[in-house]
Design a protein around this ligand. Structure first.
Ligand code: ZN
Length: 358
């Protein structure tokens, strides 16, 4: 498995989250920091409005290391509108599931297929890179999905996005569909997985194991409904579980979580992996005792690896070890009897008394 690519779509999918709106200045600030963290693609949808168009222009002229991908519908007027920005990479999307074809697009499968091919050929004739997104791919009849993948590949699509638009996949099902898509095209495969059942990251990783090469993510997982994978989790999972993408600064991505919370007014879940305030807090007596000897006892990755500190929570759940650690740290050698007495008092409190970093 080669190094998996990461596409950040905070400025497109993320801004589709309820209550999330970035000013032009904020959006460009986010784009620069995401770029500095080392992600591969940053996606924006300039056709949404004038603000997004100005942001896209700003990003395209900012000399970012990441490739800016402009996102639009598979419609000639949309493609012409984004071509005017002279982007290096365009992503066009069209639904492929029967439910979307019938109720959203009012198109037959055959008409959708020919429109997809026509639009891919039209965009590619302008000499740019192109991703074709099969919207609602996970609910698309498999034979038709593969026909669509083959057709847009032959029309010149450089990448194809397999989407789990309503978050209905399991990792095993995602592995299976991506294996078949992999066999049907030489184009790179993106994964755009929604998190309606909390499986977006697991499904994305399963798709990567089956041959996909790019995961879509946002800061704090922001997006429509339950959102998509959190970018810090994606980067850390690739580093910790697959030994990939050590070039990406998870520390920078994690710090963006706080920036995003301030900009949006949406707090970060304290239990969120990587960025949540509880991630390196240890509380249970046996946990504290073991962690004080060796952090790896109860940590999947070290706090230092993402610029954080380990924290100890002392209270009713504590044991003797942490009290000895505290007294030794303060240069006060407590006797066994003193430790026993202090522990008994802690237990009476039935709450957490101290929370400090070490
Ligand atoms: Zn989405």
């Amino acid at each position: 498995m080669a190094g998996t690519l990461i596409l950040d779509t905070t400025l497109r999918e993320g801004e589709q989250a309820p209550l999330v709106h970035f000013s032009e200045e904020q959006a460009l600030q986010l784009a620069h920091t995401i770029d500095e963290a080392g992600v591969d693609f940053i996606e924006i949808s300039p056709i949404v409005g004038e603000k997004q168009r100005r942001i896209a222009k700003g990003m395209l002229s900012a000399g970012l290391r990441s490739t800016v991908v402009v996102h639009c519908r598979a419609r000639k007027e949309d493609i012409e509108s984004v071509l005017a920005l002279d982007p290096p990479f365009v992503a066009i999307y069209l639904s492929t599931s029967d439910v979307h074809l019938a109720h959203k697009l009012h198109l037959s499968r055959g008409k959708a297929l020919s429109r997809a091919v026509e639009m891919v050929e039209f965009a590619k004739s302008h000499g740019l890179k192109l991703r074709f997104t099969c919207e609602d791919a996970s609910r698309t009849e498999r034979g038709y999905l593969l026909d669509m993948v083959r057709a847009v590949s032959e029309a010149g699509a450089d990448r194809i996005s397999i989407t789990d638009t309503v978050g209905m996949m399991t990792p095993v099902a995602m592995f299976s569909v991506v294996k078949e898509v992999r066999a049907a095209t030489k184009a790179g495969i993106d994964l755009h997985c929604h998190n309606d059942l909390g499986l977006a990251l697991a499904n994305s990783l399963a798709g990567i194991e089956a041959g996909a090469t790019c995961i879509h993510a946002t800061i704090n997982g922001a997006g429509e409904r339950a959102g998509i994978p959190k970018i810090a989790e994606v980067a850390m999972a690739l580093q910790v579980l697959y030994g990939q993408r050590k070039d990406i600064s998870v520390e920078k991505l994690a710090s963006l979580s706080e920036t995003f919370s301030k900009m949006s007014g949406l707090p970060t879940d304290p239990f969120a992996p990587i960025v949540g305030q509880n991630v390196f807090r240890h509380k249970g007596g046996t946990h504290l005792a073991a962690v004080l000897r060796e952090g790896r006892s109860y940590e999947a990755y070290s706090p230092e690896s993402i610029g954080k500190k380990r924290r100890l929570v002392v209270g009713g759940y504590s044991g003797k070890n942490v009290l000895r650690y505290l007294s030794d740290s303060l240069g006060m050698k407590m006797t066994d009897a003193q430790v026993e007495r202090a522990l008994a008092r802690l237990k009476e409190k039935e709450r957490d008394l101290f929370d400090f970093s070490i």
